[in-house]
Ligand binder design. Structure first.
Ligand code: C5P
Length: 209
C-alpha cells in the first residue's frame, strides 16, 4: 500500500506520516529532507540557490547530509523552498522518491507533490492543512524549545512566504490531488489527527478494488 501525505509546513503532515508508517508497518520517507539536503549543500558550498545550475549541482549531495541536524533549521527550510522551485532539481530527486514509493510492500511518503507527481496512483492520499496562524504557533513553540530567538511574527511571515512560493511555482506546486482526502488539524490534538488520518486511509482502502 502506498500512502501519500502532502501539505504545507507545520501542518502536522510529518507527524501523521510517521504515525501511519508505524500503524501499517511501512517504511517512511520525509521528502522535505531531500530538498533540505540540497539547500544545506548549496549553503555549504556557497552556491546561489536562485541559480538552477547551482542547485542542480547540489542535488548530488553526500548521503551523510541527510542525518545533519542543521537540516531542521528554519533558514534551511526557507532555502529548500527556493531550490525546490527549480524543475531540474525536482527532476534530479524524482527517481529516488518514485523508487521508494514503489518498493515491495509499499511505503508512506510525505511532502508537497506526493499525491500529484511522485505517486499519483497511491492507494490513499491525504492533504493535511491548518491555518497559517496555528502552524506558526506550532513552529514558534518548536523553535523556542530548541533555544531559537525568532519572534512569532517572523515565523508567521516565513510561513506565509513559504506557502506563497510553494503554491505558486509552475512545477509541482503545493495543491491537493483531486482525489486527496482533506484533513484539517487546526483544532485537533496530535492523537486525534492521527486517529482521523487512519480512518481516512481505511475509508480509501475500502473503496479500492
Ligand atoms: O516539508 P519541509 O518543510 O521539510 O520542506 C522544505 C521545503 O522543501 C518546502 O517548503 C518545499 O518547498 C520543498 N518540498 C517540495 N516538495 C516536497 C517536499 C518538500 O517542494 N515533496
Amino acid at each position: 500500500m502506498i500512502i501519500a501525505v502532502d501539505g504545507p509546513a507545520a501542518s502536522g503532515k510529518g507527524t501523521i506520516a510517521k504515525a501511519l508508517a508505524r500503524h501499517y508497518n511501512l517504511p517512511h520517507l520525509d521528502t522535505g529532507l531531500l530538498y533540505r539536503a540540497v539547500a544545506a549543500t548549496v549553503k555549504r558550498l556557497d552556491l546561489d540557490p536562485t541559480r538552477e545550475a547551482d542547485a542542480v549541482a547540489a542535488s548530488d549531495f553526500d548521503e551523510l547530509t541527510l542525518a545533519d541536524p542543521v537540516l531542521r533549521d528554519d533558514e534551511i527550510g526557507k532555502l529548500a523552498s527556493i531550490v525546490s522551485a527549480h524543475p531540474l532539481v525536482r527532476a534530479a530527486l524524482f527517481q529516488r522518491q518514485k523508487r521508494f514509493a514503489h518498493q515491495e510492500g509499499g511505503a508512506v511518503l510525505d511532502g508537497r507533490d506526493i499525491g500529484t507527481v511522485i505517486a499519483p496512483g497511491a492507494d490513499a492520499k491525504l492533504f493535511v492543512r491548518a491555518t497559517p496562524t496555528i502552524r506558526a504557533r506550532r513552529r514558534h513553540a518548536e523553535l523556542q524549545g530548541r533555544g531559537a530567538t525568532t519572534t512569532f511574527d517572523q515565523v508567521l511571515a516565513d510561513i506565509r512566504s513559504r506557502d506563497q512560493r510553494d503554491s505558486s511555482r509552475s512545477t509541482a506546486p503545493l495543491v491537493p490531488a483531486i482525489d486527496a482526502a482533506l484533513l484539517d488539524t487546526s483544532f485537533l490534538s496530535i492523537e486525534a489527527s492521527v486517529e482521523k488520518a487512519i480512518a481516512l486511509v481505511e475509508a480509501r482502502r475500502g473503496t479500492r478494488p
